[in-house]
Design a protein around this ligand. Structure first.
Ligand SMILES: Cc1cc2nc3c(=O)[nH]c(=O)nc-3n(C[C@H](O)[C@H](O)[C@H](O)COP(=O)(O)O)c2cc1C
Length: 178
């Protein structure tokens, strides 16, 4: 990434895309906290990443923490939002697609210190679920991390089944043996 700034309008469009994700009862449990490069908050977020991520995220324009509210209010009662992680994942994907459509690089990461992230956000595991970081920036011409060159996906027959699921995934028995 080049480290060039992203305008508030561009960033607003990226979050606007996330806003339109679907959710049960339209609860919209996704939450995003972001910080812009060259601010002390950006440095705080950068320090939460594992070294393999922080080394290249230094050049990101924006770092985003993606998390989800575990509860919502309905008719004066506090309810558990069971699919908050699924819904926040959809909102995050909308964000990635919008960023990519605008020619930005938006990269999700799970390599960060989860406990410290809860502390920085000042929320608990009961009230919220911390999910991922996303680095957003402009792609440098010379930018090629090794795995990008071999970026690939499973064939559809690994994950799409007509009529019946044929399980080739590890089972409980495999877990016990390993
Ligand atoms: C939940 C999640 C966690 C990820 N964690 C990291 C990470 O910590 N560091 C990193 O460089 N990439 C991370 N990635 C990116 C994946 O490595 C990447 O999506 C995958 O290798 C496929 O590459 P592509 O999306 O560029 O095609 C993560 C992706 C997801 C969805």
């Amino acid at each position: 990434m080049t480290g060039q700034p992203i305008s508030d309008a561009e960033l607003g469009s990226v979050f606007e895309a996330a806003k339109w994700a679907p959710s049960a009862y339209n609860v919209q449990p996704w939450r995003f906290v972001y910080a812009k490069r060259n601010t002390s908050r950006f440095d705080d977020l950068l320090r939460l990443l594992v070294p393999a991520n922080s080394v290249w995220c230094r050049q990101a324009s924006v770092l985003v923490i993606v998390f989800a509210a575990n509860y919502y209010q309905y008719k004066g009662r506090t309810q558990v939002q069971k699919l908050n992680v699924f819904e926040s994942g959809m909102a995050c994907m909308s964000m990635l697609l919008e960023a990519s459509g605008r020619g930005l690089l938006a990269h999700p990461m799970s390599g960060f210190d989860v406990d410290k992230t809860y502390r920085l956000l000042n929320v608990t595991r009961k009230s919220h679920t911390v999910l991922a970081f996303v680095a957003i920036g402009r792609r440098a011409d010379t930018e090629h991390r090794p795995y990008e060159l071999i970026s690939q996906r499973h064939r559809q027959n690994v994950f799409v089944f007509r009529d019946r699921f044929v399980n080739t995934d590890p089972t409980d028995a495999d877990v016990k043996q390993s």
